[in-house]
Design a protein around this ligand. Structure first.
Ligand code: HGY
Ligand code: MN
Ligand code: MN
Ligand code: MN
Length: 414
């Protein structure tokens, strides 16, 4: 099977135009996107993606978690397909490229193969995984997690957003709940193109990240209960200030993560204060602690030290504290053959590249449990993501999609 030549490339302008057109759907307030999962904006983005896939000659599949599958025939109908994709849902203050580059990069592969009359032995399927972000409905990577057998579909359908709406009801409401059984599809391999969402590739001057591993993640929802009271007339020694308890716990998260420098990280991105009135001492706070590390034992150490420390802080302050695990997955090592296909592609194309561990979670982290999987990363400006100012260059996008094309062609066999 001849390796595709180094001058075989995707159409970078067409990819960029598609990214910019998709970015018009669910616009944010500062140039990014707010296309949260199973909202009307998500439905609009899905419809545009489906229209483009059908124009490219694909047949569409849709499973009961709303995962979309655009199928391009191979020459061997019995060969398992090579899947390629990511997610179209965004953070509330998301960027234009997180997830979207991987879905539309996959579509660009099919468009390029159509242009050049390329036929692969294995069929190719471009995928949009539902609710990768896990911001409206925790946990992250919800639908790829059900696909990989990590959650039951019933449990996923019952996940609630802040307004008490259920995921399954919202998926049905927007009309994107399919009939296919989730996880019934078998894959020859899965590849995901994604922006790095961190500063390493840009700082090292590399075009491509060859993702060898993904760090693990732990989400714990913490509830601290004190007593809401008047901020003016309540003497300090009499207070049971849940907001002050929160402040000490946030510093504890910081110290624990720093104790495992340089790779471990920790923060609390979701914080609700009750009653959140400027002249009431907070009686309750609910926040999510996000710990991550490439090493499972470090994650487990951070989780247990945080719980012990938070209990001690709250006991000393006369506060109650409770914990609920709301998400998590172990560190992953991606498939060596697929990772090699990515590295071979970058070398053949002459793109600078380096091995990298993914700091963010991705659908690939779950799919890696059911199929040989690898990721291709491209840099992003200042390493910024999960921010409307997220930016990449057209050249970075094209280089990532070129590498994806060659890695997929090597695996799908032309
Ligand atoms: O949280 C993550 O790492 C991903 O962006 N959902
Ligand atoms: Mn993403
Ligand atoms: Mn994200
Ligand atoms: Mn094969």
């Amino acid at each position: 099977m001849p390796a595709p030549g180094e001058n075989l490339k995707i159409n970078g302008d067409r990819l960029w135009d598609s990214l910019m057109e998709m970015a018009q759907i669910g616009p944010g307030v500062a140039g990014g996107n707010n296309r949260q999962t199973v909202t009307d904006e998500d439905a609009e983005g899905r419809a545009l993606f489906q229209e483009w896939c059908e124009e490219a000659g694909c047949t569409m599949g849709l499973d009961q978690m709303g995962n979309m599958f655009a199928h391009r025939e191979g020459t061997d109908p019995d060969a398992l397909p090579v899947y390629v994709g990511s997610h179209l849902d965004t953070q509330p203050t998301g960027g234009k490229y997180d997830g979207v580059l991987g879905v539309l990069g996959g579509l660009e592969l099919l468009r390029t193969m159509n242009d050049l009359g390329i036929k692969t032995k294995h069929p190719i399927v471009v995928t949009n995984w539902t609710n990768e972000e896990g911001t409206r409905f925790a946990p992250a990577m919800l639908a790829s997690g059900v696909f990989a057998g990590m959650h039951t579909q019933e449990w996923a359908y019952d996940c609630e957003d802040a307004e008490g709406k259920k995921f399954g009801d919202e998926l049905a409401r927007i009309g994107w709940r399919g009939e296919e059984e989730v996880g019934a599809r078998k894959m020859h391999a899965f590849f995901e193109l994604h922006i790095e969402q961190g500063p390493i590739l840009e700082a090292e001057g590399k075009d491509i990240g060859v993702v060898t591993h993904g760090q693990g993640l732990s989400w714990t929802e913490v509830t601290i209960t004190g007593k809401d009271a008047h901020t003016g007339s309540t003497p300090m020694p009499m207070r049971r200030d849940a907001g002050l308890g929160l402040a000490h716990c946030l510093e504890l998260v910081n110290q624990i993560a720093l104790s495992h420098a340089p790779h471990a990280v920790g923060a609390a991105g979701h914080i609700d204060v009750y009653p959140n009135s400027r002249n009431v001492i907070p009686g309750k706070v609910v926040f999510t602690v996000d710990f991550r590390s490439p090493e499972l034992e470090v994650i487990e150490d951070m989780e247990s030290r945080f719980k012990d420390g938070a209990k001690k802080i709250c006991d000393e302050m006369g506060l109650e504290v409770s914990f609920k695990k709301t998400g998590g997955f172990d560190p992953v090592a991606f498939d060596e053959n697929c990772v090699t296909a990515v590295r071979n592609a970058a070398e053949r194309l002459g793109y600078s590249h380096m091995n990298i561990i993914s700091g963010a979670g991705h659908d690939a982290c779950w799919i890696n449990r059911v199929a040989p999987t690898a990721m291709v990363m491209c840099p992003c400006v200042d390493g910024l993501s999960h921010n409307e100012a997220e930016e990449i260059s057209k050249e970075w996008a094209a280089a990532g999609a070129d590498v994806l094309l060659h890695a997929v062609l090597e695996t799908a066999e032309i």
